[in-house]
Write a new protein. Structure first.
Length: 453
């Protein structure tokens, strides 16, 4: 079976990967001439047999050059377009059986009905797995936000959770409209400003180049912007009639971003403690997420005119450091009793932050948080944790290379997964304990304890 593909802007028919056997690669080479391809694309069947006395010299040379005695090619049309071609051939000198084109067309119709049914089933399977994966990750993010949210009383916590879940819902709606492709940073800002009304948005200026964020980056960026805006409306200059907000950003040649959030026109009522990594959700986001997950820096300045923040962080996910520097193995203290050095390898910044926070609250040492295979492997070259929490998928990458490195160093690890199903028998993660997102506190701590015993 040949499939219609595009090469140099023109339709061709070739063997695609779907129709290759094990160990065979797809090929774009077919014996059809451009004129024959045009005829196939228009829905015309082709039949050449070397023993046909009426065969033209060019057709006879075509068969001789291909080393075959004849072929039959019948296109399959969908919506007026040829999408596949059933191709039959006989070897040179072989007996060409009497073949009815009408009979082969009926066979092709039956085959394509079966093929399309199987393709539909496969699409449904992939879609169901993707929906399950995203739902698990979303529940894990909601769980992380809930665990890290603090308040003065139940009503305060409830209000904060509703506010943060709404912000999370907005960024997911925005990603959905973009079909989960890269998202412009300005779109995140405008989406955060949209519910505030003209009275406030007219006092906000945005200035910066087009900057695209991956879906993995967009979520934590959106939460950071939401916390900044929430604080500005509660305590900052923008909450007062004469207050203004300026948000500007730039990106250098190395993909390092500088973001300036400047409130002016009236003094701020409060300033967050950026050094408090165990404080409220907003402080944790600024202190841990920006510095730990993005490998960046944030500074805050407060004067009589207002409050300003400057963020400096890399935006290239593939090259940025995804966690704090790992401690050299010679300097890392040996674990005593139940105190462990735990490495977190997770591409979702909020989930990673929550796991690290939970482990630290139990007295464990956080070796580091890492969001890419490259960053995790580099950390393992510089040090060795006691145990690793390893996400099954890191963005578009499999975490299998990290598992191989851990097995080589005899470091136990727990696979944390938002995907259902199981690993292949030769996968380096197949024998590791596995827990599914979202993860309960007691389940996580119990699995960690059992894994190192």
């Amino acid at each position: 079976m040949l499939e219609r593909t595009i090469s140099d802007g023109k339709p061709v028919v070739s063997v695609t990967r779907e129709w290759c056997g094990d160990g065979s690669a797809p090929t774009g080479e077919t014996l059809f001439t451009p004129q024959q391809i045009d005829r196939l694309m228009s829905g015309e069947a082709l039949q050449l047999v070397a023993t046909d006395p009426g065969l033209t010299d060019s057709d006879r040379r075509q068969l001789e050059d291909a080393g075959i005695g004849g072929f039959l090619a019948i296109p399959w049309m969908e919506s007026g377009q040829a999408v596949s071609v059933l191709y039959l051939q006989v070897s040179r000198g072989g007996q060409v059986p009497p073949v009815s084109v009408a009979l082969v067309e009926r066979v092709l119709e039956t085959a394509m009905v079966w093929i399309n049914r199987e393709r539909h089933r496969e699409r449904e399977r992939v879609m169901a797995a993707e929906i399950d994966h995203r739902a698990r990750n979303m529940l894990a993010v909601i769980q992380s936000i809930t665990r890290m949210t603090k308040g003065t009383d139940v009503a305060d916590v409830k209000a904060k959770l509703i506010d943060r879940f709404t912000a999370l819902s907005r960024v997911h709606s925005l990603l959905g409209r973009k079909r989960w492709t890269n998202l412009a940073f300005r779109d995140l800002l405008e989406d955060e400003l949209a519910p505030l009304g003209s009275e406030i948005s007219e006092r906000v200026t945005l200035d910066g180049p087009r900057l695209l964020l991956s879906p993995q980056q967009a979520q934590p960026f959106a939460m950071i912007l939401h916390e900044l805006m929430t604080n500005a409306l509660k305590y900052g200059s923008i909450a007062q009639r004469d207050g203004r907000l300026s948000v500007s950003w730039s990106v250098d040649a190395d993909q390092n971003m500088t973001l300036d959030w400047v409130e002016s026109g009236a003094p701020a009522k409060a300033v967050p403690d950026l050094g408090n990594t165990r404080g409220g959700f907003g402080s944790v986001l600024l202190a841990n997420l920006v510095k730990g997950q993005f490998g960046g820096e944030v500074t805050c300045t407060l004067d009589e005119n207002g409050i300003s923040y400057r963020f400096s962080l890399p935006v290239d996910r593939q090259v940025r450091p995804s966690g704090p520097p790992a401690e050299p193995e010679t300097q890392r203290p040996k674990p005593q009793k139940a105190v462990l050095s735990v490495m977190v390898v997770e591409d979702n910044a909020l989930i990673s932050l929550d796991l690290a926070d939970l482990l630290a609250s139990e007295g464990h040492h956080v070796f580091g948080q890492f969001g890419t295979v490259e960053a995790a492997l580099e950390a393992l070259r510089r040090g060795t944790p006691d145990i690793v929490l390893l996400d099954a998928e890191l963005g578009d990458e499999s975490s299998a290379p990290v598992a191989e490195a851990l097995n080589a160093k005899s470091v136990p690890f727990v696979v944390v997964s938002g995907h259902g199903g199981s690993f292949a028998a030769d996968d380096p993660r197949v024998a590791a304990p596995r827990i599914e997102k979202p993860i309960g506190n007691s389940e996580l701590l119990s699995v960690v304890k059992q894994t190192v015993e």
